[in-house]
Write a protein that binds this ligand. Structure first.
Ligand SMILES: Cc1cc2nc3c(=O)[nH]c(=O)nc-3n(C[C@H](O)[C@H](O)[C@H](O)COP(=O)(O)OP(=O)(O)OC[C@H]3O[C@@H](n4cnc5c(N)ncnc54)[C@H](O)[C@@H]3O)c2cc1C
Length: 467
């Protein structure tokens, strides 16, 4: 083997945690190289969070234009130009990429564009996108490999269909006539509603009995009502059997439901049935990095892999699949390398699904509490009781809080309603500070804001004993 170029820290994959680690370590004077096969800055700014939220915002505008008369605004018959939707998204992504390149330049970390593969412990061969190879080894090595859309084993799928994933869906410059969305989780729901608002016919096919199956039934049922009210067809408890045709032309999905088999005929098929880690075929196990049964890198709570001097970050390490969690993985590794003792145990992880209304949750759901046998007090408030919603004619949804029975500790907060992600952050801050729910109940929030609803939500907490 030729002599490898040696760096202090080598990062494989330019995802959220990896890039921040690289910038931080390079700024501290280390020699750092980041190997990335395609996406400068990882999937969040290129193919996932930010571009999807960009297009979802276009869909919101389309919806407002369609409903303009409700607000007393006269418009002509609106129409959506998907090429222009894509152009706005692409311009944003290009801007984000140049921001990243500036950060690399300023920090001194080297960005090497190419696909990396282990050839020995802590040694990677890079097949450069520009041609040729480079061999690099690092005293420390950080894996930030991410995931890709899972392609399910479904007869007919790979051979002919060429289905869309989030990557291709965000690059469409045309409107699918009838988009079949396989998967009723967060990713599928965001795309389904956005494309409906752009003007497509939509059918969501979900194998579970509810949409957003990780959430409580009241959440899934409320989202179902929203979707049906917008004319989105939803097929629940559906087991996909086979698929025929070609996405972008004609595609047929055969499913089995409790009511019998049926065929759904559409023009396009979007897969949103989960994620698969980008860990296969790059020599990880030979380099001493063990994988679990699902292909995720085996790590301890400090994100150390089974190979000495090798860490894993973000989705490939099995951390919760959010950018803010990958960023916290970076902070854990950074702080531990500086002598700290942080772990990823007991993190309070919030999330937001950017449907309209959005869904946000932090802490426990009722289902979570039930699974661990925890008695809780539950407070609810319909969004129509939050007067801000009346001013914008968006009264759908609810807030829900879980409170301990033995104390006034807030255990969880769920909101389906306008600005849910922002309101949740208020509750999260209270949870982090250990503030009892009465602190929010008795606070003076600005009127009329969505956060003002927290006063009335927490006033609804049943006193005393558990439900
Ligand atoms: C459609 C969609 C929308 C989402 N929206 C949100 C959201 O709103 N909010 C949120 O918090 N999360 C969202 N997520 C999840 C979020 O995108 C990820 O959790 C986040 O980007 C963290 O990813 P990561 O750092 O683990 O990996 P990534 O950002 O995916 O980085 C991994 C990188 O490694 C590279 N790579 C892999 N293998 C190799 C190799 N062998 N050689 C070289 N490079 C390699 C990849 O090209 C990639 O750039 C969304 C996900 C999807 C699919």
């Amino acid at each position: 083997m030729p002599q490898a170029e040696r760096v202090d820290s080598l990062v494989l994959g330019c995802g959220e945690g990896g890039k921040y680690l690289a910038w931080d370590m390079a700024q501290a004077g280390q020699r750092v190289a980041v190997v990335e096969r395609q996406l400068i800055g990882g999937s969040c700014p290129n193919t996932n969070c930010l571009p999807s939220k960009n297009e979802i915002w276009s869909a919101k505008v389309a919806d407002l234009v369609r409903r303009a008369a409700t607000f007393g605004v006269e418009t002509g018959p609106g129409s959506v130009d998907m090429a222009a939707v894509r152009r706005r998204k692409r311009e944003m992504v290009e801007g984000l990429i140049s921001m990243h390149l500036d950060r690399f330049k300023a920090s001194g970390a080297e960005l090497i564009m190419g696909a990396g593969q282990f050839v020995a412990a802590k040694t990677i061969e890079v097949r450069l996108n520009a041609g040729g190879t480079r061999l690099l080894s690092g005293d420390r090595l950080f894996l930030d490999l991410g995931t890709q859309a899972t392609i399910p084993e479904l007869p007919g799928l790979v051979t002919a269909t060429q289905p869309l994933t989030n990557v291709e869906a965000l690059e469409l410059d045309r409107l699918p006539e009838h988009l079949i969305v396989l998967g009723g989780g967060y990713v599928g729901l965001e795309f389904a509603q956005a494309y409906r608002r752009f003007g497509s016919r939509i059918t969501v096919v979900e194998h579970g009995p509810r949409l957003a199956g990780r959430e409580d039934p009241d959440v899934g049922d409320a989202i179902l009502d929203v979707f049906r009210s917008e004319g989105i067809a939803v097929v629940l408890a559906a087991e996909p059997l086979r698929v025929e045709g070609r996405s972008g032309e004609r595609v047929s999905l055969r499913v089995r439901t409790p009511q019998g088999e049926q065929t759904i005929d559409g023009s396009d098929l979007l897969l949103a049935v989960g994620r698969t880690p980008n860990t296969a075929g790059i020599g990880l196990e030979a380099a001493g990095v063990a994988l679990d049964a699902r292909g995720y890198v085996t790590v301890n709570d400090r994100l150390e892999t089974t190979a000495p001097g090798v860490w894993a970050i973000g989705e490939c390490a099995g951390s919760a699949q959010f950018t803010h969690v990958a960023y916290d993985d970076f902070r854990i590794i950074r702080d531990n390398l500086a002598g700290g003792n942080r772990t990823r145990r007991d993190r309070l992880i919030p999330f937001c699904m950017f449907t309209d209304p959005p869904l946000a949750r932090v802490g426990l759901s009722e289902g979570d509490a039930g699974r661990v046998g925890l008695a809780v007090r539950v407070a609810r408030l319909p969004m129509s009781a939050v007067l801000r919603t009346r001013t914008i004619s968006e009264t759908t949804g609810f807030m829900k809080a879980l409170i301990a029975t033995e104390s006034d500790r807030i255990l969880g907060f769920t909101m389906l309603g306008p600005e849910a992600g922002e309101v949740m952050a208020v509750v999260q801050a209270a949870m982090l500070a250990g503030m009892p729910h009465t602190g929010l109940r008795d606070a003076i929030f600005t009127h009329p804001t969505m956060a003002e609803g927290l006063v009335f939500l927490f006033a609804n907490v049943p006193s005393g004993a558990a439900r």
